[in-house]
Ligand binder design. Structure first.
Ligand code: NAD
Length: 259
């Protein structure tokens, strides 16, 4: 066992005993699939100062150049080909073992579902990059179809139904969350015996309130993250290290207790 594995048997016992377990995942669970996070050491915001602005709704709606460069970048991006990694697969395995009941994810990459987590147990609190929606009417389509339009010569594609602005079906900074989704996430946190916070800096609100909701309701809090978070002092266990190593070892331990 690695040094930071000393706490894993206790965590496996808590998962085995809990009647409800929720995982909150952030961009850190997908870095090992080649999708950079925002705030980690290799994060997009440390490398590209304009990235935060591009992710705000007012920049998207007011600046055609922001939209053009974002569509251009996406049409050349390999994020759409990314595959789930060992961390995503371990969470799907925990679900199969009856030790994970819901995933609240800040990620928009769809990798939990691709790893085998049940789609109806995954709450995509910040939407999905795999669909594009009109900001004015009900039109939407798969992102791949919009990227084909960009490659075919439409640098700033508009809604084919109403002519309005379109955008990935993600929640940009400054955009309201989907209320039923955040309410469902809060209910999942409040009913949890164990709450896992995985690969998230816990810096984006209101999602960052979820560990506190779980703790106040009596849950154990387990943090899996390479860097400190504001909740480390309140956590029962902090597992510091690479997610793709830690979560499979946790799933193995749990499986061995069930064997
Ligand atoms: P964040 O970028 O704020 O923090 C990620 C955290 O994960 C960091 O603390 C980093 O140290 C840690 N981390 C990175 N790789 C790790 C690894 N392999 N093992 C252990 N820890 C690792 O991410 P956030 O809290 O999710 O917030 C960023 C926002 O950006 C979210 O709202 C999300 O919607 C969006 N986002 C999504 C994606 C995606 O869908 N994959 C990618 C980038 C950003």
């Amino acid at each position: 066992m690695a040094d930071d594995d000393a706490d894993l048997p206790a965590v496996a016992d808590w998962l085995a005993a809990a009647t409800h377990v929720t995982a909150l995942t952030g961009a850190g669970i997908s870095t090992e699939s080649g999708i950079p996070d925002y705030r980690g050491p290799q994060g997009v915001w440390r490398r590209d100062p304009d990235a935060e602005r591009r992710a705000t709704i007012t920049a998207w709606t007011s600046d055609p150049e922001v939209r053009r460069s974002a569509w251009q970048q996406r049409s050349a991006s390999d994020a759409f080909d990314a595959a789930p990694n060992a961390g995503h697969l371990a969470l799907a395995r925990l679900e199969d073992l009856g030790a994970l009941h819901s995933i609240v994810t800040q990620n928009v990459d769809g990798l939990h579902q691709r790893a085998g987590s049940s789609p109806d147990r995954v709450i995509e609190i910040h939407g999905t990059m795999h669909r594009v929606a009109c900001l004015h009417c009900a039109w939407e389509q798969p992102t791949t179809a919009t990227l084909e339009r960009v490659r075919a010569g439409e640098p700033d594609p508009m809604c084919p139904d109403c002519g309005g602005l379109i955008k990935a079906a993600t929640i940009s900074f400054g955009q309201a969350l989907v209320v039923p989704d955040i309410e469902r996430a809060e209910r999942e946190a409040a009913r949890s015996g164990v709450f896992l916070a995985i690969g998230t800096s816990l810096a984006v609100f209101p999602v960052a309130l979820l560990p506190g909701i779980a703790l106040d309701a009596g849950a154990r809090l387990v943090i899996v993250n390479a860097e400190p978070t504001p909740y480390d002092d309140r956590a029962d266990v902090v597992l510091r290290g690479g997610i793709g190593g830690i979560l499979p070892r946790l799933a193995d331990l749990l499986a061995s207790t069930r064997a």
